[in-house]
Design a protein around this ligand. Structure first.
Ligand SMILES: [Zn+2]
Length: 572
């Protein structure tokens, strides 16, 4: 008798192979059979007309803090994620010397927009070393598996003290030895990767550039030697990819003998650069240096609204005079007070925020109930205003003050240069790309992209009207098996005998992403932007049901994944 049998579903197994009508049997947290003629189970689920999919492996999250205080790991768990990897982009909370925690909080606040007050309240810092941090993660039962990477920023500050915060400071030979020793220690305790940030977009909350920005070859080599000795880990990099940059990273990867995984996205000031980076990724693979490109599946967008971090009107004295009012009341004043409207639209402060918003409104869309992330350029706020001879600021005011004042505009600041998702399609179909960049757990007041795994299916396999769609089997492979493989988690991402029973049963016709909404549930009453999902009927982690129709069951089968996991399907 099997523990669980899922009958009559349409199984997409994660390998990229064609979907098939099949029953799936589970025992002891593993899949034991997929096919017909499967014997009875203690529990049986009828999945007729539903998809049976491997659980999502989201490799680009920032739950470093949240994972220590939130066993439900929302919003990712609402979107069928069963494994989340964090410690990305060089930021995280270990190692840390007692008394210097504020530095890491400040860095995470600045780089990933997670409020310092939330982190200070939520984190107990009951660890110092990275292995201690992993032990704390391992001691908290939760709804999904988590994996962590050693963040360069934290390591540098731990080893070099205040000097480590200055990206231009160079480690001494004794410090390089410490770096090598601590990276070795991290991999011995189960780190999945080493992450570093080399982008000027990343600044601490105090304005300083991220500590690892310009780390030189000797420092990268110390990390690489430790990875080589450990024969473990992925070198994860978020970089601006200036001239010669990829060569430094490729050299480090070559020295380590370990895979490189870089973020690839389209930036407005160099809209073709991503193609060059992808070419480097191809060349590296051709030369035997394993490299992947983590890519998105929709525009990376800043949400504009009255209560989120970026409010077009926030610096205006007339707005500040009503800023204390409850949102709905504030919105009503903005709709109805002619003098206030005139001031907000015509007497704007001559500051950098207004200038930035002037530009943003030429790119931003209304994100209405249909949640259209691929709107044509004639739908921007500025284009719509121009079409009726109006002011973009007046239209922004009208849109944001509708109803209770919880409407949002989407300003797609990356991955949308050409006004469609054609470039994203090209990134997705690249053989070396994997799904990433959702930044779940981060940017809580500005960006709301933890819903990527759901959107990947709804938009790219079903709803897209402005261009080619992509096969479901391909998308499931990209978000489950390819992501798992990127971090050597070869025991998951596939529904076949021997693999982990991490899976979703999905009503694909009903599958949808909810409107971004603000909820006030972070520590210290902090707020965050989240999107819910519809259509995930059941989610299982290690064969145990964690969610039914969006509601948690209370089960906490998830643990900490320490290091790479063997492929149960591979010949031994
Ligand atoms: Zn990141």
């Amino acid at each position: 008798m099997h523990d669980l049998v899922i009958r009559r579903g349409t199984v997409i197994d994660g390998t990229g192979g064609p979907m098939q009508a099949a029953d799936v049997a589970i025992e002891d947290g593993r899949v034991v059979a997929v096919g017909s003629g499967v014997g009875p189970g203690h529990r049986e689920i009828d999945a007729a007309e539903q998809l049976v999919l491997p659980g999502w492996v989201d490799i680009h999250t920032h739950y470093d803090g949240q994972a220590t205080w939130d066993p439900e790991m929302t919003p990712s768990s609402w979107h069928g994620v069963t494994t989340a990897v964090f410690g990305n982009c060089g930021v995280g909370f270990a190692p840390v010397r007692p008394g210097t925690e504020d530095f890491l909080i400040n860095l995470m606040e600045g780089v990933e927009d997670i409020p310092g007050t939330v982190l200070a309240e939520g984190l107990d810092f009951s660890w110092e070393s990275y292995p201690d941090y992993l032990d704390v993660l391992a001691s908290v039962p939760r709804v999904m598996d988590v994996g962590s990477q050693l963040p360069h920023g934290a390591l540098r500050f731990y080893v070099m003290g205040e000097r480590g915060a200055d990206h231009a400071a160079v480690p001494t030979s004794a410090e390089l030895a410490d770096i090598e020793r601590l990276v070795t220690e991290a991999f011995a305790s189960g780190a999945l990767g080493f992450s570093t940030s080399r982008t000027t977009k990343h600044k601490a909350a105090d304005g300083r550039l991220t500590p690892s920005l310009s780390a030189g070859d000797p420092e990268l080599a110390a990390v690489a030697r430790a990875m080589k000795a450990a024969q473990a880990g992925v070198l994860q990099v978020n970089s601006d990819f200036g001239p010669g940059e990829f060569d430094h990273l490729r050299q480090a990867a070559e020295l380590s003998g370990r895979p490189l995984s870089v973020l690839v996205l389209q930036v407005d000031n160099a809209p073709e650069l991503w193609r060059e980076t992808l070419e480097h990724v191809h060349a590296a693979n051709a030369a035997g240096v394993e490299a992947t490109a983590q890519v998105g599946c929709r525009p990376i967008g800043v949400m504009l609204g009255l209560d989120v971090t970026v409010n077009p009107f926030k610096n205006h004295p007339a707005y500040q005079a009503i800023a204390h009012l409850p949102t709905a009341e504030r919105a009503a004043r903005m709709r109805n007070d002619p003098e206030l409207r005139r001031a907000l639209v015509h007497d704007r402060p001559a500051d950098s925020h207004s200038a930035w918003m002037d530009y943003a409104l030429t790119r931003a869309f209304e994100l209405g109930d249909d949640l259209d992330y691929e709107q044509s350029p004639d739908r921007t706020v500025a284009a719509r205003a121009a079409s009726v001879g109006g002011s973009p600021w007046e239209l922004a005011l009208d849109l944001l003050s509708e109803g209770d004042g919880d409407s949002l505009l989407l300003y797609p600041f990356e991955n949308y240069h050409g006004g469609s998702l054609e470039e994203i399609r090209q990134m997705l179909v690249d053989p070396y790309s994997v799904c990433g960049i959702g930044d779940a757990g981060a940017h809580v007041g500005t960006i709301c992209d933890a819903s990527y795994p759901t959107y990947l299916l709804t938009h790219w396999a079903r709803d897209r009207t402005r261009g080619e769609r992509l096969p479901l089997e391909f998308l499931v492979h990209k978000q489950a098996r390819r992501t798992a493989e990127t971090f050597g988690l070869l025991d998951r991402g596939v529904l076949a005998p021997g693999y982990r029973a991490d899976l979703n049963i999905v009503d694909f016709d009903a599958l949808s992403v909810g409107r971004p909404e603000l909820i006030w549930d972070l520590p210290a009453g902090g707020k965050r932007l989240v999107q819910k999902a519809k259509g995930y009927r059941h989610t299982f982690v290690r064969g145990i049901e964690t969610f039914i129709d969006g509601e948690p069951t209370g089960a906490r089968p998830g643990g900490l994944v320490r290091g790479a996991q063997a492929d149960p399907g591979a010949p031994r």
